[in-house]
Design a protein. Structure first.
Length: 410
């Protein structure tokens, strides 16, 4: 048995029993912190925590690793509920094009963007894709990510979408953190189907989904609902076909325009609606009373110079907010959630506590991991973050660009 005792913790963050699986509105300000604490893990399960002054000492030192966390904080690991971690190539040439004045949408219309990534991914072997993605997952873990959702969507053909999903399945088996797989065949129309949307949607529904079902390749289904991509109606048809084989929707909506995708996704009981750089009064109304998590991706706004999602407006309407990285080669080449935390504070005026709730409890909800992740509670198996020595928890989002996560225990 592997046993770990972390002692002299400056602050044990997001700890307690019977904590909610979602914090919304004003509740997002709540963040329990136990000062001068200890935490004990056995085979990755949280078995005890409390004040150092209540610590009973150690009876059995066999196989025990003792970590002195003097001056350091201990947190439940971040959950990243929206990423595109499997990809074949970086796209810094488009970054330079944007500096020179083109927009993300203009680059996409010229055949760049998602289609650029799809051309490169078609040529790469499954093994090479896997090796590259594994290295990325390890890097994300070093940044404190302790659960990861990964989407397909750079395949856009039966063969390449299935190749991506098989890579994600191998990552699930290989990595020590929870990974969830999302099928995003509806990420863009491939060039040969540009004028034949029906044909591509039929390919998704009649050819991709049956293999996904047969091989158990996905947990969720996603669609990029946006002008020049998939309409609300097209999204609905694809999501319904996914639901029919047991995949819950988790969707890209409102990145550039609010076209009614939120209402349709909520109607279809989506687990989360992601992006929300644009949001309408109608969207807010339908989100109220739903079980759908609003997930905002501030690194994407930062990198594409588009508006930041209005987290304050969602919280003022008593809604919950989750934060995720959107790690991908086009709109978000960083998967560092400490930076997301900082952007949420600086650009979206979330307090450090609100943003941390959005990265832990609410993000765990957005990937159906509330029972095991998101809080430091007895019996949970969440990976744990130990920070470097820092003066306060707010120092992490304050000190943007620094790597203050010392270790992830998973
Ligand atoms: O979430 N917007 C759609 N998909 C990704 C970007 C994909 C890409 O540019 O490669 C996103 O931002
Ligand atoms: Fe995305």
């Amino acid at each position: 048995m592997s046993k770990i005792l972390i002692k002299n913790i400056k602050g044990l963050v997001q700890y307690g029993e019977n904590l909610p699986s979602v914090r919304k509105g004003k509740e997002m300000k709540e963040l329990p912190i136990l000062e001068n604490a200890f935490l004990a893990l056995e085979d990755g399960v949280i078995v005890a925590y409390g004040l150092m002054s209540d610590w009973g000492g150690i009876d059995d030192w066999r196989d025990l690793e003792v970590i002195d966390a003097d001056g350091k904080y201990v947190l439940p690991a971040f959950c990243d509920s929206h990423t595109h971690t499997v990809f074949a190539n970086s796209r810094e040439e488009e970054f330079v094009d944007r500096i020179n004045g083109l927009t993300y949408e203009e680059i996409a219309i010229k055949g760049g963007g998602i289609l650029n990534s799809a051309r490169r991914l078609a040529e790469m072997s499954e093994d090479e894709l896997f090796d590259q993605a594994l290295e990325r997952v390890e890097r994300l873990m070093s940044y404190g990510t302790g659960a990861l959702e990964i989407k397909s969507g750079y395949g856009l053909s039966v063969e390449a979408e299935i190749k991506m999903l098989r890579v994600i399945k191998r990552l699930k088996a290989e990595c020590s953190i929870e990974i969830k797989a999302t099928f995003l065949g509806a990420h863009a129309f491939p060039p040969e189907y540009k004028e034949n949307h029906r044909g591509y949607i039929d390919l998704i529904i009649n050819q991709m989904l049956p293999i996904i079902k047969e091989e158990g390749l996905a947990d969720y289904i996603d669609t990029f609902c946006e002008r020049n991509y998939f309409s609300v109606q097209e999204m609905a048809e694809i999501l319904e076909a996914g639901i029919a084989i047991g995949l819950k929707p988790k969707v890209h909506v409102n990145q550039f325009s609010a076209m009614g995708g939120v209402a349709k996704a909520v109607e279809l009981n989506a687990l989360s609606v992601d992006h929300l750089e644009e949001i309408s009064d109608d969207d807010i109304e339908v989100l109220k009373g739903s079980n759908t998590m609003s997930t905002i991706l501030p690194s994407c706004s930062h990198f594409l110079s588009i508006p930041f999602g209005d987290a304050r407006r969602l919280m003022e309407n008593d809604l919950p907010v989750a934060l995720a990285s959107d790690f991908n080669p086009g709109s978000t080449p960083s998967g560092n959630l400490s930076f997301v935390w900082s952007l949420a504070c600086v650009k979206m005026k979330m307090t450090p506590e609100e943003a941390l709730n959005a990265l832990t409890i609410n993000a765990a909800y957005a990937m159906e991991l509330s029972d095991s992740h998101g809080t430091i509670s007895l019996g949970k198996t969440t990976p744990i973050i130990i920070t470097k020595q820092i003066p306060s928890l707010a120092y992490i989002p304050y000190s943007f660009g620094d790597q203050l996560i010392e270790r992830l225990i998973s």
